[in-house]
Design a protein around this ligand. Structure first.
Ligand code: AR6
Length: 170
């Protein structure tokens, strides 16, 4: 099976996905916010916030895992993407690290399926095409070298984002 067969692109709400882990595009506090972070906390319920409090925050580019409480997913991997400052403040390396650390944690927990939102491309302002290139190349490199997770979903929130990912994946 080629690596690309282990990747799919969906357009929709990540909180609805029944996968072993969904990834949250959080902030350094891990205490919730707007965008996908707000949607995940609303759908998971207050136990998620309590679990996040115990984590004591997260560095940009790193990731931490919790259970997913009321969500259909099994776990939430909270990662903190870079704020876009024009591209010369290590943004690509930090974004790559978000995908890489999330995949490492998924492997460590023996998770078979993971879904990513388009990290940093909302409130944090990362250009969508550039973020898509980083996301896809990091995931492809990981899958070429690792059996877990078996399957990766890119969960886009707009049809335009879905088109970018589909085009990038050929
Ligand atoms: N399902 C899938 N994708 C979604 C959903 C959803 N339910 N809701 C939004 N998106 P953003 P960031 C998409 O702003 O740029 C928060 O306040 C959205 O369209 O959620 O990493 C955190 O606490 C976009 O494509 O995250 C941080 O402070 C993508 O998710 C800050 O925002 C990411 O947009 C993080 O900013």
């Amino acid at each position: 099976m080629t690596v690309k067969h282990r990747i799919c692109v969906v357009v929709g709400d990540i909180t609805r996905l029944d996968v072993d882990a969904i990834v949250n595009a959080a902030n350094n506090s891990l205490l919730g916010g707007g965008g996908v972070d707000g949607a995940i906390h609303r759908a998971a319920g207050p136990e998620l916030l309590a679990a996040c409090r115990d984590l004591k925050g997260c560095e940009t580019g790193d990731a931490k895992i919790t259970r997913a409480y009321q969500l259909p997913a099994g776990h939430v991997i909270h990662t903190v993407g870079p704020v876009w400052h024009g591209g010369n403040a290590d943004e690509p390396e930090l974004l790559r690290s978000c995908y890489g650390r999330s995949l490492e944690i998924a492997k460590e927990y023996e998770l078979r399926s993971i879904a990513f939102p388009c990290i940093s491309t909302g409130i944090y302002g990362y250009p969508k095409q550039q973020a898509c290139d980083v996301a896809v190349s990091t995931v492809i490199e990981w899958l070429a070298q690792n059996a877990l997770p078996e399957a990766v979903t890119f969960c886009c929130f707009s049809e335009d984002d879905g088109q970018l990912y589909r085009a990038r994946l050929g």
